[in-house]
Each structure stands twice: as C-alpha cells, then as structure tokens.
Design a protein around this ligand. Structure first.
Ligand code: GLU
Length: 302
C-alpha cells in the first residue's frame, strides 16, 4: 500500500520516486537508472571545426556552451539533486553534438528550461541550443530553428495502475488530465478533446505527483516520457492505449543561426553512422523497456 506513504502536498517527483524506491515491497527490483559506465565517450573536434555561427562564436569567447534541457524526465533528461549532474538520452545527444562543435565534456553547462519557456530561452540567448523532448513543428519554426529530428515519439496517456476506464484520449471526457503548459500534448487535448478537464503545470513531474496522489486521473505527453515514469514505479502507474500523435524531436537553435543548425545536422548524422546514437540510447532511454528504433531521417530544411 505504497500510496499511504504519500502526503498530500505534491512532493517533487524525484523525491517521491526516491521515497517510493526506499519503501518498495519486498522483492520489488530497485528502479533502473541510466548506467554511466555503459555510455560512449565522444571524440572532441578542434575549436574551429564550425565557422560562421554567431552562437558558437559567443560560446567560445565565454569558454563554454550553455545547453537547455529537462531535469525531471527519467531516462531522457534528469538532474541528480545531490550532484547536479544531468543524464539521459537527450543529455547524451547534447554531449555528442557539443564534442563535434569543439567543446569538451567539462565545457558543456546544462540549464533546465520548462516546455513553455523554450522559444524565449533560445530567442534571448539564455541557451545556445536546446535538447529536451522538443517537437519540431511549423508554429515553433516561426520562432526557432530545429536540427534533426533525432527521435520520434507519440502522445500517450499515463494512469494509475488500477484504472480501467481510461484506455485512450476518447475516454477523457469529464476526467482530469494533466500536461505541461506550452507543450504540443497540452495543445492537442485542448483542441481535439475539449470535454477533458485539462490541467497545466510547468513540468510533467508535477503532473505525475498529482496522478499518484489522486488529484488527476491521467497525465498526457509523449510515450517516451511516460514510459520512463512508469518504469520507475511500475507498481503505481501504467501507460495505456496507442500513441495518438507524431512528435519528431529536434535540437532547438536560434532561428537565424543556420550555420549552427546545419552543423548540428551533420554532427547528428556522424553519430548515427558511427554507432554512438545507438550506444547512447541503449544506455539511457532503452532502460525504460523499448528497444532502439532506427533513427529518423534528418531534415536539412532551407
Ligand atoms: N514533445 C512535446 C513538446 O515538445 C512534449 C514534451 C515536452 O513538453 O517537452 O511539446
């Protein structure tokens, strides 16, 4: 009866997951996590490998890159609260690309940016590029550029383990469903399933806290994200139904910096071809239980 241990004010999910893993039933395997030992290391290219990018010129004079990411998405982008270290598939993508741009691992600083703030962070120069389950679409392309895609997800639903009535988005009428403000899954529910009681938070981990404590009936976002939460506490939550959208993940860049965008496309291609992409996937997102797919074709748009 794990739920009894959870107090009402929503605990930050990372703390919650730690609490749950600490008081798991006897015989429950410990939650899996990215295994740093299995991660590839990436060859760092010379500092002038890419020219003509104002973003990279500024990063070089600063001495380090600033990469936007998520910090509460298991196997994708997670920040260790004790050490401050980031890990996950998105983080590995960011690191392999940084190496091609001439930045060593110690020269890559991650900064957490929520879904709703990504475009402004790129427009204001708060981050040099962004890697965090960021769907490429035409609306966003009016504001930022995208390298990639490097992965394709699809919108799904996460519910409590004992839920039987919610099996797809058609079952959300009158039910409380939570998503991150500013995300494509939030917008899709608003537009296509207006009878759902939609609740927006800054982060999916806040939604997951509210799902476990019974304040909402479902969490919706990309299957890749939801599978990670479910894999961490499989006794509490499950992903249901078939994906009902296509979410190609891109690397967000400042819109006018075409040199950076194309350099990232080239770098991504190299790491897909040399096996780094698959090694990184297997050591991170693969741990949530889905084998590595083929990476999608890169779209070097004009
Ligand atoms: N991929 C979706 C989006 O970019 C949902 C995940 C997220 O919010 O990061 O909006």
């Amino acid at each position: 009866m794990l739920r009894k241990h959870i107090v009402r004010p929503a605990l930050p999910v990372l703390l919650l997951l730690a609490v749950l893993s600490g008081c798991g039933k006897e015989g429950t395997p410990p939650p899996k996590g990215p295994q740093p030992g299995a991660l590839p290391s990436y060859q760092v290219r010379g500092p002038d490998a890419v020219t003509g990018s104002p973003t990279l010129d500024a990063a070089r004079s600063r001495g380090h890159l600033v990469v936007g990411a998520k910090e509460d998405q298991p196997y994708l982008g997670e920040k260790n609260p004790a050490t401050g270290a980031y890990s996950g598939f998105d983080i590995e993508i960011a690191r392999m690309l940084a190496a091609d741009l001439g930045f060593a691992p110690g020269q890559v600083e991650f900064r957490t940016i929520a879904s709703a703030n990504r475009e402004t962070a790129l427009q204001n120069g708060q981050v040099d590029y962004y890697v965090g389950t960021y769907t490429i679409n035409d609306n966003r392309k009016k504001l930022v550029g995208f390298a990639g895609p490097y992965f394709v997800a699809g919108q799904a639903l996460l519910v409590r383990k004992n839920e039987t009535k919610i099996n797809g988005p058609q079952d959300l009428a009158g039910r409380k469903v939570c998503s991150a403000a500013g995300s494509t899954p939030y917008q899709r529910i608003q537009k296509d399933y207006p009878k759902a009681k939609l609740i927006g938070y800054d982060t999916y981990s806040a939604c997951v806290d509210n799902l476990i404590s019974g304040q909402v009936d479902a969490v919706t976002t990309d299957n890749a994200i939801l599978q990670g939460y479910a894999a961490k506490v499989p006794d509490e939550m499950k992903v249901v139904g078939q994906p009902f959208s296509t979410e190609p993940y891109g690397i967000g860049v400042p819109k006018s910096d075409t040199a950076l965008r194309l350099a990232l496309d080239d770098a991504l291609q190299r790491h897909e071809e040399n096996g780094d992409w698959k090694k990184a996937y297997d050591a991170t997102l693969g741990l949530s239980g889905v084998p590595a797919p083929q990476p999608p074709a890169i779209d070097r748009y004009q």
